[in-house]
Design a protein around this ligand. Sequence first.
Ligand SMILES: *Cc1c(COP(=O)(O)O)cnc(C)c1O
Length: 385
Amino acid sequence: MSFLTHLECSACGLELEPERLWNLCPQCRKPLLARYDLEKVKLSRGALSGREQTLWRYRELLPLRDDRYRLSLGEGFTPLIRAENLGRELGFTNLWIKEEGVNPTNSFKARGLAVAISRAHELGVRAVSIPSAGNAAGAMCAYAALAGMSAYVYMPKDVPHPFIAECRALGAEVTLVEGLITDCGRLAAQHLAEDRRFDVSTLKEPYRIEGKKTMGYELAEQLGWNLPDVIIYPTGGGTGLVGMWKAFAEMEQLGWISSRRPRMVTVQAEGCAPMVKAFWEGREFAEPWENARTAADGLRVPAAVGDFLILRALRESRGTAVAVTDREMLQSANRIGRTQGIFASPEGGATLAAFLRLRRSGWIADGESVVLFNTGSGHKYAHLW
Ligand SMILES: *Cc1c(COP(=O)(O)O)cnc(C)c1O
């Protein structure tokens, strides 16, 4: 059962009743966050061990009230792999890869959308809509199909064919848009009123982040409740990074972990690095990135509604932000492949590229423990090889 109590605006603090549908805060148009009665959750860490090997093992900390609405394809509880071969090659012992490519629809987007679409299903939604540069759309379509909902997808015209094919095969109506994900968002918003579509854009509804925060719970559980020193995360809209940061606070309140936190690292592409720029300029919000260009579709996000939440988590954690080239991403993806047998996405490759830079600069010290996130598999990006 869920211990969800209310929704709270991440910017103005407005509290909202959670049994109806919400998108952004009605007062200030910023993301809403789910809050739980963590005092009442009488769940011990040990009690988790016998549970199912999906993200639903943390159901008390997820928003779904009634299991009958749960839509599951086996998402979450992905392997945390000790990268021994890669580590040996790099002269670094404590290197781990969280392998998210094995999720349904081959990326960690399945986590957020399994939870968001399940909750929308519970609240009576019959049609969902998403602007997406790739993996989020496929994940939405999979869970919408399972729920028997209509699915509407808006994608930039130049997204690789596998992303489009996947959505069509999963029964969605796909609209290809001239421009970037932000242009897709604008068109999707114009069509929302038709058959009362619910918008599940990144951080524009409160539950995708709840699905993605389970990566933080899993890391803690899989590492014996000791978080790593550094987490390197390829950041687009930032749901995963902000979600894990939220999970750490929740786990501390639950008494599951101490107050020690990993340093969080955002990695973006040199051709689209709004968070990296804002981080180094000391800004609270990021400016939209002009002419965003990168082959890493998940990182081609010129503006994020949760920008201030990403920047806050980086600073609170004493983390950093790094931009890498597409060439470095692919070389690093190949290195992960050659040493660890994982066909990584360019976004996953980007985390290793950032690691190499941070080792060279001395920001990551010998003996620290580092987790790289391979957020999706390389299969949908095969045209790059
Ligand atoms: C969407 C996506 C990202 C970015 O994730 P956010 O949580 O939105 O920052 C990274 N990698 C892949 C493969 C993606 O699909």
